[in-house]
Design a protein around this ligand. Sequence first.
Ligand SMILES: N[C@@H](CCC(=O)N[C@@H](CS)C(=O)NCC(=O)O)C(=O)O
Length: 201
Amino acid sequence: MKLTDSSASPFVRKTKVVLHETGLTDSVALVPVQTTPLKTATEVAVANPLGKIPALMRDDAPALYDSRVICRYLDHHAQAGLYPEARLWDVLTLEATGDGIMDAAVSATYETRLRGPEAVSQDWIDAQYTKINNAIDALEARWMSHLHGPLDMGQISVACALGYVDFRHAGLDWRTGRASLAAWYSTFSERPSMLATVPEG
Ligand SMILES: N[C@@H](CCC(=O)N[C@@H](CS)C(=O)NCC(=O)O)C(=O)O
């Protein structure tokens, strides 16, 4: 199998963390790509008609895309238990919260990096930052007990989302007023799977 790879993408990072956590790194070759909404890389368009990464190219079956589908597929493949039945709906909601932070943060990145200075909308960026801040407040207020539980897909998504906020939007200073989440993240970031996938670029 092959995975479209970009070190900066938090969605790709999710899937790579899952590869590490499930022991599947040797089963998937990484294919580095450079793609943006304004210029889709050819290999990305071939694997995913939506032109987004990650996509997982399987050997004898159609490519899978959207990080949620890929992560669930890899978990199923490895029987790793990242979606425990007993708390499935919480895990999926927590994963959606992490993914939503990524969506908002990536949108704010595109706004600043892909549009000319005259076209950048500060209102748009502020609206994305509001979503990120509200979601991080919710994590601090309601999800700490779950985050401290056994490893699951929700935790991986949240950690990759916070890592991306640090990477591209450090000015948000998300740790201030969220001491519990900051402490959890500091410990989680030391996992070998997280250390092996730190974003660059
Ligand atoms: N819901 C998708 C989001 C993926 C996504 O937005 N990836 C970004 C890179 S971080 C991308 O491919 N952007 C290019 C584009 O939107 O055309 C997933 O979870 O895989």
